[in-house]
Ligand binder design. Structure first.
Ligand code: PEP
Ligand code: MN
Length: 337
């Protein structure tokens, strides 16, 4: 349920509400918005039946949260969450663009890419150091050495680093380097991993599982939010369907659907969503038109030599062109890029 505080409620009123919620063995999430403060109460709400919050001083109203996800719901926070990670801001008027290789491969590769994508307007640098690969025989990433190279690229360019963490044990290590922790599609329902990143204060990019519904995506986000980390971005990266002309099927209706139901910003990944470099720019532009708050794009100095996902990766010139098209679309829909 949501306990809405009166506009001028005193801090003591809020503290009294929080204490009463905790006394019921429920968890209060205080959400301070620009217009109102609410306490989202999560847990088994049967425990709150007849608890009389309405009559406490400073309380304006009490209402149920209808959605199965709670803290993620627009019902508890009407303003979109702005995720801030150094140079990368996602959820405001400006669209955040995260670009870089699928995998970190060498110092030259990551630094050269960081300089090129920054020059084209990217505000975040992606690069996998821990790679979750379908085959155990495929390149698994440079691991800690890859994280060190990402940190060098950040030092050279100032770009925030977005990199994947694949297991709860690796969270402390990856957190030492990353500005944004990426939870990959394969791990969207790895609940122990979601809890582990929920205990950090590092912003999270949560990718949709290829066979997960959007409601399951929101419930996965809820694990992170419930842990106390509110800096969460959702990422549509395509789902598995019967269709084979693209690697996955990229459903862009997800973007306005999510915007209606959650305050979390939405990023689209047209690289994994299509699997083909020649489709990426069109789908990036379509994502911006659909209202995406951010894009994540695979870019490599020489895609045909990339150690992973080369077929869907843009070279520097193609990325620059994509940015020009997306910038025009962004202006047309009232955004900046
Ligand atoms: C990636 O971003 O390189 C990646 C592995 O993506 P996904 O988890 O969406 O497959
Ligand atoms: Mn990839």
């Amino acid at each position: 349920m949501i306990i809405v505080m009166q506009a001028g409620a005193a801090q003591a009123d809020l503290e009294r509400v929080v204490a009463r919620v905790e006394g019921l063995r429920l968890k209060p999430h205080v959400i301070v918005g620009t217009e109102r403060t609410v306490v989202a109460v999560v847990g088994d709400e049967r425990d709150a039946a007849g608890s009389g919050f309405e009559t406490l001083p400073g309380v304006a109203s009490v209402m149920p949260i209808l959605a199965p996800y709670k803290v993620a719901s627009r019902e508890v926070q009407s303003e979109t969450t702005v995720v801030r990670a150094g140079s990368l801001v996602v959820g405001g008027r400006a669209i955040g663009v995260i670009a870089g290789p699928c995998s970190v491969e060498s110092r030259d590769q990551i630094v050269e890419t960081a300089l090129a994508v920054k020059a084209a307007g990217a505000t975040g640098l992606r690069g996998g150091a821990f790679k979750p690969r379908t085959s155990p025989y495929s390149f698994q990433g440079m691991k800690e050495q890859g994280l060190e190279l990402l940190a060098e690229a950040r030092a050279e360019t100032g770009l925030a680093i977005v990199t994947e963490v694949v297991s709860p044990e690796d969270v402390p290590l990856v957190t030492r380097y990353a500005d944004v922790l990426q939870i990959g599609a394969r791990n969207m329902q790895n609940y122990r991993l979601l809890e582990a990143v929920g205990r950090t204060e590092v912003p999270v990019l949560l990718k949709r599982g290829p066979s997960a519904t959007v409601e399951e995506l929101l419930l996965a986000a809820e694990y992170i939010l419930d842990g106390g980390n509110r800096q969460v971005m959702l990422c549509e990266r395509g789902i598995r369907t019967f269709e084979t002309h693209t690697r996955f099927t990229l459903p862009l209706a997800t973007v306005p659907w999510l915007h209606a139901r959650t305050h979390l910003p939405v990023v689209v990944d047209p690289s994994h969503g299509t699997g083909h470099a020649n489709l990426v720019a069109s789908m990036a532009a379509a994502s911006v038109a659909a209202g995406a708050d951010g894009l994540i794009i695979e870019v490599h100095p020489d895609p045909k030599c990339a150690s992973s996902d080369g077929a869907q990766t843009l070279d520097f010139a193609a990325f620059e062109q994509m940015m020009q098209v997306c910038r025009r679309v962004a202006v047309a829909v009232g955004r900046d890029l």
